[in-house]
Design a protein around this ligand. Structure first.
Ligand code: GLV
Ligand code: MN
Ligand code: MN
Length: 399
C-alpha cells in the first residue's frame, strides 16, 4: 500500500459529508474503524501489534530477539477534534507506515526496533483531557481521576474502556513499555503558518491548559420573568468570553472559549446553568497563569450583579516543553538543516518528553488552518514528510 492508497482508505472514515469535518472520538465507531485500519496495516507488514493497558497501540518492526531499551518510536494519533481536519494525527501514522515500507524497500538493516504508535484520546475531544493515552502511559495523570472522567453523555472513561474490552483497573504508568523505547519522533502537520519549507523540526511546545467554568443561575420563563428577577448565567458567561480576549491581548497569550453547554438550552427559557471551557496558551507559564486569573476575576465581577455562582476548575495543564536538544540537532542535521520552530499545539511527544527524548517533524500546511476541514498538506509535501521520516528512522534505527 502506497502512502496515497493508505491515505485514501482512511479519508472517508468519520467524515461529515456536509462539512468535510472529521468526528473520530476515542472508542466511537469511526475511531474504532481507524484502529482496525491500523491493525490491518500492521498485519499486512507482519508487524506485531501491542495493545497497552491505556488504549494506546504500537506496531513493532523488530526481526531481532528480546526487548531492549533503545527502540525508536514514531507515529501519532488517529482521533480528531469535533469537525477536525484529515491531517492532524493520521498524517503521522500513515507517514510512519510509509517510512517503514521505504526502509524495507531499500533493504535497511535494523539495529534497533521501530515502533509505530497510535495514541488514545490525543485531542481530549471525548473525555476533556488532551493526550490522555500518553498521560496515562507516562504517569502524568492519576489513573483514578482518568477513570472518573466523563464524556458528553455522562459515560465514564472506565465504563467506555470496559465496553471496549479493556480493564479500567489496569490503566496507569507503563514502565515496561516506556523502558523499551529509546526515543519518540512524531511527524505532524504544522498547525500554523510559520513553516515555509516542506518539512521542519520542532523546538518547543508553549505552555497550555484547559479550564472549566461553571456558571450557576436560575432557570425561568423568557417571557414572564422580569429583568431584575433573573439570575441569568449567560450574562457572566458572555462577560467571561470577552474578558478572555482582553486578558490574552494584555498578556501576550491566546485564550479561546470554543465549547459551552447551556442548560436547558431552550430558546424561550432563561438558562439555569452554563458550563464553558477555556483553552489558554502562551510563551511562559506566568503569562498563561495571569491570563486565567484575570479571566476568572472578570467572570466573578460580571456574575455578582446577576447573583450567579462561578466555579473554576483546571482540567489539564502542560508546562513548556523544550524538545531534547541532541535529538533535535541530530534530526535537523539528517535533514540538511531543516527549519526549527516552536508550536502552540499540544502533542503526545510533548507529554512523553518528561520520560524520553522526543522530537517532532512538521509538514507544511499552506492554509495554516488546523482543527478545521481546511487543514491541509500538499501531496508533494506529504511525500517530503515521508522521505524525511524515512531518513530520520534510517539514521536512528539502522545506524
Ligand atoms: C491539540 O491539538 C491541541 O493543541 O489542543
Ligand atoms: Mn489537534
Ligand atoms: Mn495532533
Amino acid at each position: 500500500m502506497s502512502f496515497e492508497e493508505m491515505w485514501a482508505a482512511l479519508l472517508p472514515v468519520g467524515r461529515d459529508e456536509a462539512t468535510g469535518g472529521y468526528h473520530r472520538f476515542a472508542w466511537t465507531p469511526p475511531e474504532l474503524e481507524c484502529r482496525a485500519w491500523f491493525v490491518d496495516e500492521a498485519r499486512r507488514r507482519d508487524l506485531h501489534v501491542e495493545h497497552d493497558p491505556n488504549g494506546n497501540m504500537v506496531a513493532w518492526w523488530w526481526p531481532g530477539d528480546g526487548s531492549r531499551g533503545d527502540a525508536v518510536l514514531t507515529g501519532s494519533h488517529l482521533d480528531s477534534v469535533p469537525g477536525g481536519g484529515a491531517f492532524d494525527g493520521p498524517l503521522g501514522v500513515v507517514s510512519a507506515f510509509a517510512a517503514v515500507d521505504a526502509l524495507r524497500e531499500r533493504g535497511a538493516a535494523l539495529t534497533r526496533p521501530i515502533g509505530i504508535g497510535a495514541f488514545a484520546e490525543e485531542e481530549g475531544a471525548r473525555f476533556g483531557v488532551a493526550c490522555l493515552g500518553s498521560r496515562l502511559l507516562s504517569g502524568a495523570i492519576d489513573p483514578a481521576r482518568a477513570r472518573a472522567l466523563t464524556d458528553g453523555d455522562g459515560r465514564t472513561f472506565a465504563e467506555v474502556m470496559h465496553n471496549a474490552g479493556l480493564d479500567p483497573d489496569a490503566i496507569g504508568p507503563d514502565d515496561d513499555l516506556l523502558g523499551r523505547i529509546g526515543c519518540f519522533v512524531e511527524l505532524h502537520v504544522e498547525q500554523g503558518r510559520a513553516l515555509r519549507e516542506p518539512v521542519g523540526v520542532a523546538s518547543a511546545i508553549v505552555p497550555h491548559g484547559r479550564w472549566r467554568f461553571d456558571f450557576g443561575g436560575e432557570g425561568n420563563h423568557a417571557g414572564t420573568t422580569a429583568l431584575p428577577d433573573r439570575r441569568d448565567p449567560m450574562l457572566p458567561f458572555a462577560g467571561m468570553v470577552i474578558a478572555a480576549r482582553e486578558a490574552a491581548e494584555r498578556n501576550g497569550t491566546v485564550a479561546t472559549v470554543g465549547k459551552a453547554r447551556v442548560v436547558p438550552g431552550g430558546v424561550n427559557a432563561v438558562a439555569s446553568s452554563v458550563t464553558a471551557w477555556l483553552d489558554a496558551r502562551g510563551p511562559a507559564d506566568e503569562a498563561v497563569r495571569r491570563t486565567v486569573k484575570q479571566i476568572d476575576e472578570a467572570a466573578r465581577v460580571a456574575a455578582r450583579p446577576h447573583r450567579v455562582s462561578v466555579d473554576l476548575a483546571e482540567e489539564s495543564y502542560t508546562e513548556i516543553v523544550d524538545f531534547d536538544l541532541a535529538l533535535r540537532d541530530r534530526i535537523a542535521g539528517t535533514l540538511g538543516g531543516a527549519p526549527v520552530l516552536p508550536t502552540g499545539a499540544g502533542h503526545d511527544a510533548g507529554i512523553l518528553s518528561a520520560r524520553l527524548p522526543t522530537a517532532m517533524l512538521f509538514v507544511r500546511n499552506p492554509t495554516g488552518v488546523s482543527h478545521d476541514p481546511a487543514e491541509f498538506a500538499e501531496p508533494a509535501d506529504r511525500l517530503a514528510g515521508v522521505e524525511a521520516l524515512t531518513a530520520v528512522l534510517d539514521d536512528l534505527a539502522c545506524g
